[in-house]
Design a protein around this ligand. Sequence first.
Ligand code: MRU
Length: 355
Amino acid sequence: MPDVLYDKVRAVELRDGAVYLLDQRVLPGTLRHEICRSAAEVAAAITAMVVRGAPAIGVTSAYGAVLAVTAAYRQAGGAWRAHAAPEFARLRASRPTAVNLGWALDEMERALQAAGTEPPGPLAEAAARALHAHDIDANRRMGAYGAALLPAGARVLTHCNTGALATGGYGTALGVVRAAAAARGIAMVYADETRPWLQGARLTAWELIEEGLPVTVLADSAAAALLRAGRIDAILVGADRIAANGDTANKIGTYGLAVLARHHGVPFYVAAPLSTIDPHTRVGSDIPIEERDEAELLRCQGVLHSPAGARAWNPVFDVTPASLVDALITEQGVVERPDTPKIAALLAAAHPAAS
Ligand code: MRU
């Protein structure tokens, strides 16, 4: 049995005709699974943040599509496509910013074009499992590329959770940390707590502690002082959607880190699979930014801490302009100072037939 957390823990699994989601709202205190038996339950779980992180919700929506087509065939036989269509639409709408969600559903629809008169469930399941395996493989490859950018014994700052929990397994930015730790050691991972869901303080810290890697949690607002003190060699973050020009949407607070990095002369790296690049979104201002319930900010662990009547502004992502990104780390290699021609060349090299 593997003894590392990212091989033992899966954020999402398809088992016994249901989608098992490790409930990330209650980690690390409680390990429990939410069991989804329909595409509607999967969509609701994505919206409710039971599972989160762009690649993880992509994989989850693919498994949701398996449930959708299986149920549609049971109900409508050969007319299953029309029955499944509203379920695909429901999954697609479950969160707006992470493009991996729509990408995974597009991939599922493409795979299902080959379905004949047989029940589509097995074909869909094979496609979803392949997509999941592809994500893990992409993470490992970007880990190796990213690790080569870091000095031995690096001190890195990261934001949100980009690890095994946020992906099919292993992680994007945290995958780079894992690969770097294995190759030349990591002196310290500074994890922004990531208000208001505390993905950094809860999930990133948990993943690292479980693997014996050093982690220091800090309030999001402490990052500037940390950089000024010269205690960071690189900032590593993931992405929810990368526009065709390299502008990058990621967890709220990322843009501020990029500005700080440039000011302090610290490299700012974005690690993301090609499935996070959206060639149909030209620039960052075209990326839809999810705004969540005010209560998420006004309350902490269910306790109201702001006076009645106070309003809250709760955008959960922001956009970092490509000009602040020193390198984009993908499974196809590293793109320094990404821009429209470099991103187009990267995608063309990965999918020559589509270009
Ligand atoms: O709101 P979340 O927790 O889904 O946001 C997740 C992030 O912003 C991650 O940084 C991003 O999805 C990259 S994860 C590999």
